[in-house]
Design a protein. Structure first.
Lengths: 429, 108
């Protein structure tokens, strides 16, 4: 994890005190360079990981036992025995993520999802990949031994062979999720991310926020931010789908903790959530496992498309949303939580931000950034955005975020349906 | 120090408490600096009415309608699930005022 730490990232640990409003300092963060990992498709990663993927719940224990105690080896998997096109697209996007250098797929041997096909697709991306069926190796212990042998070999291979390249903000895709929101999230936590997103977009990077069920009540605001008429049509279609969905499942993206924290309506929560988008134009809508079609600000639609199975909720927990953002190529994900959360993520480092200084103090070991200082009048919003840029730069250069330090790598891959291939702009509903 | 509430836009008729406030004077910061008297105890993160709001009238935060008053709200009062409802989410009227927990799901 620390192998790219020695790079010249860095206004380093002093970033918070050095970065103010001065244009020269701003430029220095924007042009700041660190060392990343070049993938065969030209994308650049900020970590060099081996990913273990299990293809059914029955293989979960073995996959985790293979990764246990192994540095730079992360695990994801899909619990279902019956395969699902959405889940497979999601896993393939994660397997070919810029932070992933190699993949081991582990199956039991009787499930629908095929580890060999995952391996073929990953190899076609230029990454080394291996697979096995537990049933063919003789059981738990022999599979774990074999798996550990494979991941150490893959890890050594990518450590040795992956080209190191300079990276700047222009090479970054950063996603933002919010969860456990309270009254401060919309006032400080999300606006601080919005200030950083403006900065990232101006530096040529890609910013992704989700999601459309958290924009309920904001149809005209959303559309007024569109970068083009095509983007406006995509936004309108995605919004209308989200509102139909919420009506049909009678569930809006708001939870008891939000209400207890002072939020009263879904519209109010939406406005707070939307604040993380900053002020730049929205280039368009991407869906789970799709990559942004250029630099700038993008919105991720993870709402299920109409399907006779009516697969569950759009975004049943925060981890599911974070996985979606990682599947869109985010090398780093920002997570804004007013009430506090202890989750992390595999593949892409998670940076935890709170707009509530009391939460920051109470959960110091889990929280990376205190945006509550904006409310206390200690920090202007623009400064918070610049400080956040400094923190993102340090994490990109290899400094572990708090969830990484604590070993949090929660993941969640569910059955869902989204239409594919992509339809023409404006024809999505 | 006097408890503070943050008003986002000048046209907002509610502000968000940054500190826990007992009934009494609250400093309004943000879009407009002023003072208001809270007529009841209001927790941090919750909203205080900046004007009298009639039943059915829009409640504005971020300069945008976040729902409608379900009963008349007096200036200085706590604005939450008991007097403000979503225009869209029909479950919002069934939630416990203090915990936010749903009351419309049977546990049988």
């Amino acid at each position: 994890m620390s192998e790219n730490l020695s790079s010249r990232s860095s206004r380093g640990n002093e970033a918070h005190s050095e970065i103010g409003n001065s244009p020269s300092l701003l430029t220095s963060v924007a042009t700041n360079s660190w060392t990343g990992f070049l993938r065969p498709d030209g994308r650049k990663g900020v970590r060099n990981l081996v990913l273990v993927i299990y293809t059914v719940e029955c293989a979960r224990h073995v996959a985790h036992a293979v990764a246990a105690g192994e540095e730079n080896v992360h695990v994801i998997g899909f619990p279902g025995c019956y395969d699902n096109a959405y889940a497979i697209r999601l896993m393939l996007a994660l397997a070919r993520h810029p932070n992933v250098g190699a993949v081991l797929s582990v199956g039991l041997g009787c499930e629908y999802t095929q580890p060999e096909k995952i391996t073929d697709t990953v190899r076609a991306s230029g990454r080394p990949a291996e697979w096995f069926f537990i049933q063919q190796l003789g059981g738990t212990r022999s599979s774990v031994t074999k798996g550990k042998e494979i991941v150490s070999r893959l890890r050594e291979q990518i450590r040795r062979e992956t080209p190191r390249v300079p990276m700047t903000m222009a090479d970054l895709t950063v996603g933002c999720e919010c969860g456990g929101s309270d009254g401060t999230s919309g006032l400080a936590g999300n606006p601080a991310v919005g200030a950083f997103f403006d900065f990232l977009v101006d530096a040529g990077g890609r910013a992704i926020f989700e999601e459309t069920v958290e924009m309920i009540g904001l149809r005209s605001h959303l559309i007024s931010r569109a970068a083009s008429s095509g983007a406006a049509e995509q936004l309108a279609a995605a919004y209308d789908k989200a509102e139909r969905y919420c009506h049909s499942v009678r569930q809006w993206s708001v939870s008891p903790g939000n209400f207890a924290g002072g939020l009263t309506t879904v519209e109010e929560k939406s406005l707070g959530a939307f604040a993380k988008s900053g002020t730049r134009p929205i280039q368009g809508v991407i869906r789970v496992a799709e990559q942004p079609r250029g630099s700038g600000l993008w919105i991720l639609d993870s709402v299920p498309d109409e399907h006779f199975m009516q697969f569950g909720y759009t975004n049943p927990n925060d981890t599911e949303g974070i996985m979606d953002l990682i599947s869109a190529g985010s090398q780093i994900v920002l997570f804004v939580t007013g009430r506090g959360s202890v989750i992390g993520s595999p593949i892409a480092p998670l940076i935890k931000i709170t707009g509530n200084s009391a939460t920051f103090r109470a959960m110091l070991e889990d929280m990376d950034f205190d945006a509550g200082r904006v409310l206390a009048g200690e920090l202007a919003l623009a400064q918070a955005g610049h400080e956040l840029a400094g923190l993102v730069t340090r994490v990109a250069a290899g400094e572990p975020s708090k969830p990484e330090q604590l070993g949090h790598r929660e993941y969640f891959i569910m059955y869902k349906h989204q239409n594919t291939p992509a339809l023409e702009d404006g024809c999505r509903a | 120090m006097k408890p503070r509430a943050f008003q986002i836009q000048p046209q907002d008729n509610v502000a968000t408490l940054i500190d826990d406030a007992p009934a009494g004077s609250v400093e309004i910061i943000g879009a407009a600096g002023s003072e208001i008297v809270a007529t009841e105890k209001i927790a941090r993160g919750h909203k205080i009415a900046l004007t009298d709001i009639a039943a059915g009238e829009a409640v504005l935060k971020f300069g945008v309608r976040i729902g409608h008053a379900t009963q008349p709200i007096k200036r200085g009062a706590w604005v939450h699930l008991h007097n403000l409802a979503s225009d869209l989410d029909e479950r919002s009227g069934t939630l416990d005022l203090n915990s936010g927990a749903p009351t419309d799901t049977a546990y049988v």
